[in-house]
Ligand binder design. Structure first.
Ligand code: ATP
Length: 380
């Protein structure tokens, strides 16, 4: 159990006295009449691994480019360590950006590519080589300094780009889709490397990704963007377990949504009547919602239990259906169950046993159930 003080050190955003390293204040960027970034306010703390996620075109890259100084806000301001960045050109900001394409020079060796990051600094040759060597060692490419980019794997090229971005020792590193050029397996492996490097160097990383798994695995906090606005900021588990809107529930991971009306509010929970679900839905929730309010009940697929046996008790938080689709994914199976009301519900089940022993199959009649603390209530 962490002490209260340790929790505030690890999670400075919970500490009202902590000073953010980056303050983005009502920042807007318009192109013609179109707002690519629309009144974004964010506070990012030193040492964070902060992810910007959202659908294509929601303004993630534009926001990152304004942090880097490659784009100027139309309104609002950006402060880094208490200094207003509005009039500071990119190369004088304490930030560096690693681009999606890595942009390595094909005719330069790995060492030269990394050293290129120091070109604006008047450093003695020996100091420069030492810094290059240190940066390469950090990404475990010390032995490959003489190779050219085409002689490297995708993951190695990504690490060269990272070394080049880190060599100037920026206070903040901005990464635009840092792992998108890698295949799935390498991407997962490289995620851990990136986390290790980040914790070694202690630099704040702000990264853009459209890969939710990557954001969930890597970040201290995630800002979910929609149409130029930040719609929720939170730790990966807050975003996943407690989405505040239908958009976030739908965008992050898979979710089942049931439309309904609040029928009764009781101490600690709310009963939702849902024609779509065909049963009453009880959600652990207090305040916020009143009788008669239209709501969505969001339920993650892994929270639902499947059983072939009818369930006892009142018909709350339980449905009957038929297996409509079944996808075997090795460690888990994805079921699409058609309920009595005709709604398709997705269920993830862990495969603890071998497939041949797995007892729920196509066309089987099944019962779905879950507990009241598994669902989340969202306003319509
Ligand atoms: P993706 O995930 O596809 O990279 P994104 O969230 O990073 O998307 P941005 O690149 O920030 O999105 O773009 C946001 C919106 O602003 C898009 O609709 C884009 O077309 C528009 N936009 C970006 N740059 C310009 C520009 N220089 N001129 C006009 N419109 C632009």
């Amino acid at each position: 159990m962490l002490s209260a003080q340790q929790q505030l050190t690890d999670r400075p955003w919970l500490d009202p006295d902590a000073t953010p390293q980056i303050v983005i204040e009502s920042v807007t960027k318009t192109f013609g009449g179109f707002s690519a970034v629309d009144g974004v306010t964010l506070k990012i703390f030193k040492g964070e691994m902060f992810a910007l996620v959202g659908a294509s075109g929601c303004g993630k890259t534009t926001l990152l480019r304004m942090l880097a100084g490659f784009a100027t806000p139309t309104g609002g301001r950006i402060m880094i360590e208490g200094v207003d960045m509005t009039a500071v050109p990119p190369h004088q900001r304490p930030v560096n950006m690693m681009f999606q394409s890595y942009a390595l020079f094909p005719h330069m060796t790995v060492g030269e590519n990394v050293g290129y990051g120091l070109r604006r600094l008047a450093l003695a040759r020996a100091v420069r080589s030492q810094r290059v060597q240190e940066a390469l060692d950090m990404v475990q490419l010390g032995a490959l300094a003489k190779r050219k980019p085409h002689q490297l794997s995708g993951g190695q090229r990504q690490r060269v780009a990272l070394a080049r971005a880190l060599i100037r020792r920026p206070k903040v590193l901005l990464l635009d889709e840092p792992l998108s050029a890698l295949d799935k397996k390498l991407r997962e492996q490289t995620q851990f490397e990136l986390m290790n490097i980040q914790s070694q160097v202690g630099i704040t990383f702000v990264f853009v990704t459209h890969d939710q798994d990557e954001a969930m695995a890597l970040s201290t906090r995630i800002a979910v963007m929609n149409r130029g606005q930040v719609v929720q900021v939170g730790t990966p588990s807050e975003i996943y377990e407690f989405p505040q809107s239908r958009f976030v529930a739908d965008f992050i991971g898979t979710t089942n949504l049931f439309e309904g009306t609040v029928n009764a509010t009781q101490p600690g929970h709310i009963v939702v009547r849902s024609t779509e679900a065909g049963c009453d839905l009880i959600v652990d929730e207090t305040g916020r919602f009143g009788s008669g309010q239209r709501v969505w009940v969001a339920l993650r697929p892994e929270k639902i239990r499947l059983s072939k046996q009818p369930l006892g008790g009142d018909r709350v938080n339980q449905m009957k259906g038929t297996v409509w689709e079944l996808g075997y994914l090795g460690n888990r199976s994805t079921y699409r169950i058609k309920t009595e009301t005709g709604k398709l519900v997705t269920v993830f089940a862990q495969n603890e046993r071998r497939t041949s022993e797995w007892s729920i199959d196509w066309s089987d009649e099944v019962y779905l159930s879950w507990t009241a603390n598994c669902a989340v209530l969202l306003p319509q």
